[in-house]
Structure formats: C-alpha cells, structure tokens
Design a protein around this ligand. Structure first.
Ligand SMILES: [Zn+2]
Ligand SMILES: [Zn+2]
Ligand SMILES: [Zn+2]
Length: 145
C-alpha cells in the first residue's frame, strides 16, 4: 500500500469537505472558520492543508476572498459579484449589488485606464444603526452639512 496514495485520498476528501463548507456557508467565512467547520467532520485535516486548498480553489476561480475590515480575509464561492460595505464602528458588513459601481467603474476606466475590482476590498463607513445611535450628539461640522 503506498502512503502517497493514502495521502492523495485524504487531500481529496479534505477538498470535498472544504467545498461542502463553502456551499453551506451563508455569507463570508475566514480561513479559521472554514478550518473549524472542516475539522468538525475531519479532525485530521490541518489548517495548512486548508490554506493550500483555498489557494487552489482561488486559482481555479471557484472561490474569491475579500477584506472586510478585520485582520483576516474572508472567503466565499465565486459567482455573483457583489460589493461590501463595512461599518467601522460595529464591523458589520452589508453586501450590495455590484451595479452600484457601474458608473464609477466606467469613469475610472475611461479617465485613468483603471479597472475597478468591486469585490476585493470593502468600502468603509458608518452603518445606519451606528449613525442613529449617535444622532443625539451633533458635532458642529455635521450641523452645517
Ligand atoms: Zn486580498
Ligand atoms: Zn463577498
Ligand atoms: Zn455600525
């Protein structure tokens, strides 16, 4: 029995489990979250194996990652492109249709020859709840706008 074949089988099983976790995920998962979900089924799969699998899935364009204002990147299946708004106060992220970027995208391309990546980085700002929570406190600068 070759151990190489055994190892290959384990990697295949790990890949399938990573794919299942990503399909079942609602929203964005960090590599750590993917690792704990995979290890619930296959405790023998190491975090470095999962990183390698995620890299391979990205090269195959099955998976994309984004940065949403936390230190760790988040992953999800490739597919419908969307944008992200991340609140810098509560860290909540909202997905928005990428069509919001159509006009900006066209303009950046025409003027600067720059192609916008709508998904990779989130736009940062303040969400409605956090703005409302501060509504009682009006700073002089906001009062004039
Ligand atoms: Zn990145
Ligand atoms: Zn996303
Ligand atoms: Zn917020």
């Amino acid at each position: 029995m070759s151990t190489v074949r055994g190892a290959a089988k384990r990697v295949t099983a790990a890949k399938r489990t990573v794919a299942e976790v990503l399909v079942a995920a609602r929203g964005h998962l960090t590599a750590d979250e993917i690792t704990s979900a995979v290890q619930r089924e296959r405790p023998e799969v190491s975090p470095s194996t999962i990183y390698r699998i995620l890299e391979e899935f990205e090269e195959l364009e099955l998976v994309v990652h984004a940065h949403l204002g936390q230190p760790a990147a988040v992953y999800h299946l490739a597919g419908v492109v969307h944008g992200h708004l991340t609140c810098e106060v509560c860290q909540r992220t909202v997905e928005i249709p990428s069509s919001h970027f159509d006009a900006l995208s066209r303009e950046l391309l025409a003027r600067y020859g720059f192609q916008l990546d709508r998904h990779h980085l989130a736009l940062s700002g303040r969400c409605r709840d956090c703005r409302n929570a501060r509504a009682g406190v009006v700073t002089p600068r906001e009062a004039t706008t």
